[in-house]
Unconditional design. Structure first.
Length: 209
């Protein structure tokens, strides 16, 4: 079984993907972590998100240290901003596309795979068995991200997180390369008024149906 989960930042798609992977015994790939790892690698190399070219980003993809995908440093807002910028570059998306498809074609777990990101159902795995699109009101998402960052020990303010998220949403939804949108056959779940258990139960009901 192959499940594709797309959605906006802090909508709950990552949490849902992990829980579904555990429930069904599927291999999980957080594709956003790939872009964040590239972003972290670029920042570590002294690059600036406001002054960077595509060639530098593609070079970073080719030389990507895959272990960075598990680093807690990729969850910072600075890395998230860089990741959003590089993810809008067609050459970067192309450089990471094969890696994602190879994971789905030959997942570590023989039961299948679940991938979450921004363009899984529309571009990476258009033939996935199940496609979910997770979204929520932007103020709700900004509150969730602020709480998450504060719990991680980062000093942030809600209004700054909200502004960054609005800018990221605009980039994600308006970019020419694989913009964030639901696949035509995706099941859309709005998590604005739902907790993780509610989202899990609803997703399971759709999948088992």
């Amino acid at each position: 079984m192959i499940i594709a989960i797309d959605g906006s930042a802090a909508s709950g798609k990552g949490t849902l993907a992990k829980r579904l992977a555990k429930h069904f015994g599927l291999s999980h790939l957080d594709t956003g972590a790939l872009y964040r790892a590239v972003g972290l690698q670029l920042l570590n190399a002294g690059q600036d998100s406001k002054n960077i070219d595509e060639d530098q980003c593609v070079k970073s993809c080719v030389e990507l240290d895959i272990t960075l995908t598990t680093s807690p440093l990729i969850r910072s807002e600075k890395v998230a901003e860089m990741a959003s910028v590089v993810a809008a570059m067609p050459a970067v998306r192309a450089a990471l596309l094969d890696l994602q498809r190879q994971f789905a074609a030959a997942p570590p777990d023989p039961n299948g795979a679940i991938l979450d990101g921004r363009d899984i159902g529309t571009v990476v795995l258009p033939d996935a068995d199940i496609k979910l699109f997770i979204d929520a009101d932007i103020h709700t998402r900004a509150e969730r991200r602020t709480k998450e960052l504060l719990q991680a020990g980062q000093s942030v303010m809600f209004r700054d997180v909200l502004t960054d998220m609005q800018e990221r949403d605009t980039r994600d939804r308006s970019r020419s390369a694989a913009p964030l949108r639901p696949a035509d056959d995706a099941i859309i779940i709005d998590t604005s008024t739902m907790d993780a258990d509610d989202v899990m139960a609803l997703a399971l009901s759709h999948i088992t149906a």
